[in-house]
Design a protein around this ligand. Structure first.
Ligand SMILES: [Fe+2]
Ligand SMILES: [Fe+2]
Length: 278
């Protein structure tokens, strides 16, 4: 290793630092700085990396308070207060998504370079999504932390920490893919209320989330191929094991097809949802 190269920092260490960063400005800024350094070729990927110390809970600001999903009030977003709570909920998802992308980098070692390039890009996108939503929330006189939130996304990261195949199936292809299904309806509602600005942010997010789910699909298949398992039946097994068995429809078929679900697979997910009355 030459001297210049030895001075480069390990991508794993830097991703670990983003995870640990707790500040509401600090974490997204750290994620964006990681992506910029990676793009400049300044972060090295160690191939002899020892297994990482588990990060039990990533750094978070002292607020929002994390509560059980049942304790979250359901509000419509017709009123400005309801709209602020809605924007906060989406911002919270994006804040978590920074950690989910960094955890994929940090935890799963010995993967091809393209795997890390994908999740660095996702971390950068999520940091930008969060920052846009936070600015919009401030237009409503609020800030991130003003409403309660839940910890379901990180809990799924913990449950799948031992297995990259399960992680790719459950986080991008279940949790992030759910966003593809529900976001178009939210955009339409916001436009109906004349809130073009929030709708515009969600349009950017929807477009970019397709690429995130597509990355999840690619790496899910890659893991399946390496393990010699059939991806569709394994996906259904994983849904049973981790996610109550079925996905809830209705599905955004067009976006899911672009995100690497195939037509037969989508049909069987729809059939299962229908049979379960989901
Ligand atoms: Fe996002
Ligand atoms: Fe995402």
């Amino acid at each position: 290793m030459n001297q210049a190269k030895a001075a480069f920092r390990s991508l794993f260490d830097v991703a670990g630092e983003v995870l640990v960063a707790g500040g509401v400005t600090e974490k997204p800024a750290a994620a964006r700085a990681m992506a910029a350094a990676f793009a400049r070729g300044e972060l090295r990927i160690d191939d002899d990396a020892t297994l990482p110390e588990p990060i039990r809970m990533p750094g978070r600001p002292s607020r929002p308070r994390l509560v059980h999903p049942r304790e979250l009030p359901r509000r419509g977003f017709g009123s400005p207060a309801g709209r602020a709570a809605f924007i906060h909920a989406v911002a919270h998802i994006e804040f978590n998504a920074i950690d989910l992308a960094c955890d994929a980098i940090y935890r799963f070692r010995d993967m091809p370079r393209a795997f890390y390039a994908d999740w660095v890009q996702v971390a950068d996108d999520e940091a930008r999504h969060f920052t846009m939503l936070r600015a919009r929330l401030q237009d409503f006189g609020h800030d991130y932390g003003d409403f309660d939130a839940h910890n379901g996304l990180w809990e799924m990261a913990e449950k799948t920490a031992h297995d990259g195949l399960a992680r790719m199936a459950l986080v991008p292809r279940v949790l992030e893919a759910r966003g593809l299904d529900v976001t178009p309806g939210m955009i339409a509602k916001l436009k109906g209320l004349g809130d073009e600005e929030t709708a515009g942010i969600l349009e950017v997010i929807l477009r970019e989330e397709i690429a995130h789910v597509a990355a999840g699909s690619r790496w899910y298949r890659w893991y399946c191929e390496r393990a010699g398992v059939e991806p569709r039946s394994r996906f259904r097994e994983l849904l049973r094991e981790y996610a109550g068995g079925v996905l809830h429809g209705p599905f955004n078929t067009e976006a899911r097809l672009m995100a690497g679900f195939d037509a037969d697979e989508l049909q069987s997910l729809c059939d299962a949802a229908e049979a379960a009355g989901a």
